[in-house]
Design a protein around this ligand. Structure first.
Ligand SMILES: C[S@@+](CC[C@H](N)C(=O)[O-])C[C@H]1O[C@@H](n2cnc3c(N)ncnc32)[C@H](O)[C@@H]1O
Length: 289
């Protein structure tokens, strides 16, 4: 088996895959239907059917298809989420956004909470929040029906489907249509934030395989942060939070546009594990008196 893995890793290295040995092991484990740890010490010959599944997966990985689309799973917030090419592969830095929202809500809100995740993709943020906030109801919006189908399946998988409502449409429009104006304790989003002109230079895994709809943030990458800054104040209840993920180097510009939006007070941002300014936080002030 080690010879098989070595050959596979060499093929992936030659194709420019950054972590060839790790990826070869993940794909062999997927082909065998076991986890990676079970590969160590395994002596049996790989059965022919598993070997041909492995060869097919290897070919796709050599063409730079992301591992998560090949295995169909990506762990986020310790939840093994289903992912398909209809959704962005959830990133670890988005866990910083979830953590920041939980910290804000736990410090400032009480009673049954209402939270919304717009641009939900796989449902990662909405589902992680619903798992943590057992009394909360959630709303998750996406314009892509394919993404919403994956998100709804993930919600069933983690048994939060009774508390999370999935809505199709353009950013916050479905939330207004659902009568949520002035109701939200938190509005959370990881919107597309890559400037259009920078898309072509991204790694092949991203630019060739992830949905462009999930990546393209318009000419300066901030088109959707602007849109959310404009509509969020009317959706938040007094004391409610707007939390937005931003790309590397975007935080200052996003804070400036949030500061210019009427009815929102800017709070200190939050850094991710790589110390990048990753989450912008603003709050609708509490009602006076
Ligand atoms: C960067 S991805 C984030 C996915 C997920 N929230 C995450 O963090 O992994 C952005 C998401 O916004 C969605 N989106 C793009 N344009 C939209 C629009 N006009 N209205 C609602 N959602 C949109 C995309 O389909 C995609 O799922």
């Amino acid at each position: 088996m080690d010879t098989l893995l070595q050959g596979a890793a060499e093929r992936l290295r030659a194709a420019g895959v950054p972590t060839p040995r790790l990826d070869a092991e993940c794909l062999l484990a997927a082909a065998l239907g076991c986890n990676r740890a079970a590969l160590y010490g395994r002596r049996e010959v790989v059965p022919a059917e598993a070997a041909s599944r492995f060869a097919a997966l290897l070919g796709r990985r050599a063409a730079r298809e992301p591992i998560a689309y090949l295995t169909g799973i990506r762990e986020f917030w310790s939840l093994p989420l289903k992912v398909t090419p209809a959704v962005l592969v959830p990133r670890p830095e988005t866990e910083t956004l979830v953590e920041a929202v939980l910290d804000c809500l736990r410090a400032s809100a009480s009673g049954p909470l209402t939270v919304a995740d717009v641009g939900t993709g796989s449902g990662a943020i909405a589902i992680a929040l619903a798992v943590e906030l057992r009394e909360a109801r959630g709303f998750a919006v996406d314009v892509s029906p394919g993404a919403l189908a994956v998100a709804a399946e993930n919600a069933r998988r983690f048994r939060v489907d009774r508390r999370v409502t999935f809505l199709q449409g353009d950013w916050t429009a479905p939330l207004f249509a659902a009568g949520l104006a002035g109701q939200l304790d938190a509005l959370v989003a990881n919107p597309p934030y890559i400037p259009t002109a920078e898309l072509a230079a991204l790694d092949p895994e991203i630019v060739r395989f992830e949905p462009r709809l999930a990546l393209d943030g318009g000419p300066d990458g901030l088109a959707f942060h602007r849109e959310l800054a404009a509509t969020a104040p009317r959706l938040l209840r007094p004391g409610g939070w707007l939390a937005l993920e931003v790309g590397a180097g975007q935080a200052e510009a996003v804070r400036a546009l949030l500061a210019a939006a009427p009815g929102l007070a800017v709070h200190p941002g939050v850094r991710d594990l790589a110390h990048r300014d990753r989450v912008c936080l603003v709050r609708r002030p509490e009602a006076a008196g």
